[in-house]
Each structure stands twice: as C-alpha cells, then as structure tokens.
Design a protein around this ligand. Structure first.
Ligand code: GTP
Length: 599
C-alpha cells in the first residue's frame, strides 16, 4: 500500500477504560475477525494476561477499511501495554504510530494513566483522538468528561467521539476520524531501510519474531539485515503482518507495520527500540532515536524449595529470558536459602508475572524473598558500589552515605480521600509537592516518594483507603541521600540473610517490632522454643518467641481412623513444599514476604 493510504495508530487508556473491547469492535467492524473468533480473544494472547486482565505485550494488527469517501485504507493498530512497569515498551509502540485514540471511561473521567499515557503520546508527536467510552452505562456523564478533556487534556471538547465499545456505538465515527485526523506516514521510499523494533517475542520454530515499523525503504524475505544497537546480523526468514494471526507475504514497505522472523535464538539480539537496516547502509544512516536497554528497578532472590531443582530453575530463567530481555538474573547464595538467583524486574507486576510463570509453566516450587531496590552506597574510603540485596550491604561503620531511588508519583482521587492519602503517603516517607483541582470534587496530588516504600504494598493500601477510587502513576525522579540502616532478623540466634531489610532509621524500631510479631505468627511451632529477634548491627531492638510444640501432631490421631491420619500427613507434606530449613528451624515462604504486609 502507498503511504497516503496507511494509518498507524494505537489506543491509550487508563486500565479498564475499555481499550481491548474497543480494539475488538474495530477488528470486527473492518471484517478482520469474526465475532466467533473474537471469543477466542485475539489481542491478549497469553493466558496470564487474560487472567490478570491486563495487556503485557504490545501487538499489532492490520485492518482494511473502505472509508465513506470510497477509498480503501490499511490501518495498523498497535496495542500498547497498560501498566507503568512497561512504560518503555509503551513509548516504543507510540513511536511506531502517527496517532492515538485516547479512551476515557464516561463514568470515571481522566485518571492517572490517562494522563501518563497522554504525555508519552504528545512527546511522540502523535495526533490524539479523544474517545469517551461506556456511554451505554446509566452512570455515564459524557458532558462532564468532555469538560475534563478540554480542561485537563487540552483538546477541544467538540473533538470527542462518544462510544460504547460494548454495544458498538461510535465505531464507524472512530474509523473515519482515524482517516481524517491521523496523518499518513512520511518516510522515504528510496532511502536505505530503517525499521523500528517496537516489540519482539521468541518462537520455538521461527526464532525471534520482531514487530517492526518500516520508517524508510523496504524489507524483503531472504534479505540480510543488521540490528544497529547490537550489531547482530541475520537473514529475514519471513516477513508479513498480523491479521491478527501471522500472514507471510514476503515484504514490508515504507510506513508499514508488520513482523519479521529473524532466526535469532534470543530476544537480546533484537531489542525493543533497536533499528533494523541493511549491512551496506551502516555509516550512511542514523539509528532511529530512543533506543534504551530496559532497566530493572525491583530486585528479589528466587530460590528453589528443593535444592535439587536449582538446575531446573536456571534452565527456566534462561528460557524466560529468551523472550523477555528485561528480565535479568545472576546466581547468588544465601546461608538461609542455599543456591538461587538474584533477579531484576521492571516493577512489581513484572516480578509477579515471572514468579507465576516459573510455577505454572515450569512447574517449579520456588521461594521468593521480599523485593528490594538498587542503592548507591559510598564507603568511607570513597569507593562507591551498587547494592540490590540488603544482605550485601556493607557494615555501617564503613558507609559514608546511601542513596536510594525516589519516584515522582501522581494520584487522582475524589477530594474526600485527600486526608487518608496524605496520611498514607506520609507514613511512606512521601514528600508533598503539589495539589491541583481537576474539578470541584476531584484532585491530582503529586509527591516524591522512595521506590522502596512504593513496592511494599503501597498500591493496595491506596486502593483500600480510597475504596478503589484513587488511581496511581509513577516514574523515576532520581537518587537521593537517605538515612538508612540494615535490619537483621535472627531466628533461633542465627541471622537469616534472606530476611534482612534496608529501612529508614526513624522507622527501624517500629518495623523491627512489627516484623518479629508477624514472624512469630508465621513460623510454626517446633519441638523447641524459637526466639525471633530484630537487630541493627549488634543491637537487638525487638524480640518474640515461638513457643515449643506441646505434642506430636500425630498423637491426636492414635486410635482414630487411618484416613484422617493420612490426610494430616499429606497436609503436612503440602505445607512442607513451601518450607525451608534454616539452621534447625522450618521457615515458610510467607515469612520471607512478611514485610509486604506489615501495616
Ligand atoms: P486493560 O487491558 O486492563 O488496560 O483494560 P482495557 O482498557 O483493555 O479494558 P477492557 O476492554 O478489558 O474493558 C474493561 C471492562 O469494561 C470490561 O469488563 C469490559 O467489558 C467493560 N467495557 C468496555 N467497554 C465498555 C462499554 O462501552 N460499555 C460497558 N458497559 N462496558 C464496557
């Protein structure tokens, strides 16, 4: 297709405002997929994605649409991930488009991720079409939301399209607006190839499949290409587009969006944000802007429950990484947990996804330690190092200063919850920056807050204190000095490295107390008394005791029937799966995550 008849766009929205549902309507209206096929869910393919109800991987679908002016257009819809963990992926997907549909729920209005995504879209120079969705709902208030679009988003309210993705209202208006208001691509057909990789995944048969937007030139099956950031070279095994399944038609031309099968065995060779070109053009052309290797923000230890499973865990991580270049890991040992891996994730959701995949797809029983952030530590001798594991923190006599990552966070909320939010944020060392009234009853709050406080249950707390009404978005602001100390936990007199925490000095006493109390309730009774202590350096600041077990658990059953006894044994075995012997004490998985639920 020639460029004037191509439109590349994406849909951006706050979670649950109806992005996927609207995408389904567009696919259906253009005859790209039938209703029945849609039932099998086309855009969200991973099982986990469907269950969590969120989009993790960007995808692209090509549609053919005959407009009211009688001409046929090629529309490429690029689906963007909807979670802040994946902001970089979102920004690359946006860079592959000329326009965006900004979907806003008519019953909710503008939310934190509406604006966060909008800013990214504006940065990427996209034309924005505001769509007010869910107008079928009785509580919809499209007039109020239009007003917000004008005041908060800064687009004329006349441009809003009213839609119900559920009932199909407004679908054609949206397609017409795409043709009219989103400009066609403006690449150079006769220049050497430049294509942007905006996503990639590993396929066991075809190797890494890269999702690309051709910016200049064209590419063909059988051609040799090179990746500018990684310098890897390969031959295009297959080229085509998504309809929504792969359709191989051998070539992609200027302005088009589609895929290439690269034959690479690892997504690391073909990173999101990289530029595909032909080897002959290197030196002649400039790479497309914005390439940035993914940077992990949240770290945790992952250990097999059974030490024998260590090689299986390594294989599983290797394989997950083939498909996820943002997952990083390296071997680590813990005196408590044995051999395992220190893993780095983009955020908490990413961490949860990896843990679930290890368990479900690889059938591994794993133990994860509480998440940590990356600290910049300067020693008294002037040397600096990066520490992402509390147990690796140097002893405090040797430390000059510790810097920790701070986030800019923005919270949208009905104004009646301001007090509750202020209180929560203050206990999390948040620093108030700004409050803006969006309308009479809704405000936007801005704070600076340490990432370490954000990853410990902050989102759930925010939701529960605002009955689910507040929405949250955040981005890295930079590193700041903080007065931090290491809190060690001793179980039966032995320091359990996997339970160590870095906390603010002022909160250390309170957190130590709360943590040993929690651990007392989580560590099952043993045959002997088990003291649990919290300490800063050599100073114990809190202590609790798990009392000794009174009788053999089975004693109760003697004389009882045999099935009951077997059940009890099986139950114990189940429980054991997630237990780890530390010294001579059994510690359950929950204990390592106890810090996540201290409030
Ligand atoms: P994420 O993928 O999590 O970002 O969500 P999303 O924005 O893709 O939202 P999704 O399309 O999954 O819709 C969220 C919920 O709203 C679903 O239960 C939809 O059925 C519902 N929904 C979407 N559009 C409409 C609409 O126009 N009217 C009504 N009544 N419900 C809708």
């Amino acid at each position: 297709t020639d460029q004037t008849h191509i439109r590349n766009f994406c849909i951006i929205a706050h979670i649950d405002h109806g992005k996927s549902t609207l995408a389904d309507r567009l696919l259906e209206f253009t005859g790209t997929v039938s209703k029945r096929e849609l039932m099998e869910q086309t855009l969200d393919q991973m099982e986990l994605e469907r269950e969590k109800g969120i989009t993790i991987k960007a995808q692209a679908v090509r549609m053919r649409y005959t407009a009211l002016n009688g001409e046929e257009y090629e529309l490429n819809l690029i689906d963007t991930p909807g979670h802040v963990d994946f902001t970089y992926e979102v920004s690359r997907s946006l860079a592959a488009c000329e326009g965006a549909l900004l979907v806003i729920d008519a019953t909710q209005g503008v939310e934190a991720q509406t604006l966060a995504n909008l800013y990214l879209a504006v940065e990427a120079d996209l034309n924005i079409i505001p769509v007010i969705n869910k107008i079928d709902l009785p509580s919809a208030d499209p007039e109020r939301v239009k007003q917000e679009v004008e005041e908060v988003v800064g687009l004329p309210k006349e441009e809003c399209i009213l839609a119900s993705a559920k009932e199909g209202t407004g679908t054609q208006d949206i397609l017409e607006a795409i043709i009219k208001h989103i400009p066609p691509p403006k690449g150079y057909v006769n220049r050497p190839l430049r294509a942007l990789v905006f996503d990639s995944h590993y396929d066991a048969y075809k190797g890494v499949i890269a999702y690309v937007r051709v910016v200049d030139g064209k590419l063909r099956q059988g051609e040799r290409v090179t990746m500018m950031a990684t310098s890897s070279v390969t031959e295009i095994l297959e080229a085509g587009y998504f309809h929504p399944r792969l359709v191989s038609d051998g070539a992609l031309t200027t302005g088009e969006v589609g895929y290439i099968a690269t034959g690479f065995k690892n997504v690391k060779d073909c990173r999101v944000g990289d530029t595909v070109t032909v080897p002959g053009a290197i030196g002649e052309i400039e790479a497309l802007a914005g390439y940035k290797p993914a940077k992990p923000m949240v770290f945790a230890g992952i250990y097999p429950v059974e030490g024998n499973d260590y090689p299986l865990l390594r294989d599983a991580l290797d394989r997950l990484q083939l498909n996820d270049a943002s997952l990083v890991y390296q071997p680590e040992t813990s005196n408590a947990l044995g051999f395992g891996f220190r893993c780095g994730f983009l955020g908490l959701l990413h961490m949860e996804i990896i843990q679930e995949r290890l368990e479900r797809e690889y059938n591994l029983a794993i133990l994860a330690t509480a998440p940590s952030v990356e600290y910049y530590v300067t020693r008294t001798n002037g040397e600096t190092e990066i520490v992402d594991n509390p147990s690796a923190m140097p002893s405090f006599g040797e430390i000059e200063k510790i810097e920790e990552p701070f986030m800019d966070i923005s919270i949208f909320t009905p104004s009646r919850y301001i007090g509750a939010i202020m209180e929560l944020v203050t206990t999390r060392r948040g620093i108030f920056k700004e409050m803006k009234y969006i309308e009479a009853e809704r405000v936007l709050l801005n704070y600076a807050m340490p990432l370490a406080e954000l990853i410990v249950d902050f989102y759930d707390q925010l939701k529960s204190r605002t009955q689910g009404y507040a929405s949250l978005d955040y981005s890295l602001a930079g590193y700041q000095d903080s007065d931090l100390v290491k809190l060690d936990i001793l179980v039966n007199g032995v320091a359990v490295d996997a339970l160590s925490l870095i906390v603010h000095r002022e909160k250390a006493y309170y957190q130590g107390r709360a943590l040993v109390e929690k651990l007392r309730s989580l560590i099952p009774r043993q045959l002997f008394e088990v003291p649990i202590q919290a300490a800063i350096g050599a100073r114990v600041i809190a202590r609790e005791t798990v009392k000794a077990m009174r009788k053999d658990v089975l004693a109760k059953c003697y004389g009882g029937d045999i099935t009951r006894k077997r059940k009890l044994l099986e139950k114990q075995k189940e429980g054991k799966k997630r237990m780890k012997m530390v010294g001579n004490v059994e510690i359950p998985q929950e204990a390592f995550m106890a810090v996540l639920s201290l409030e």
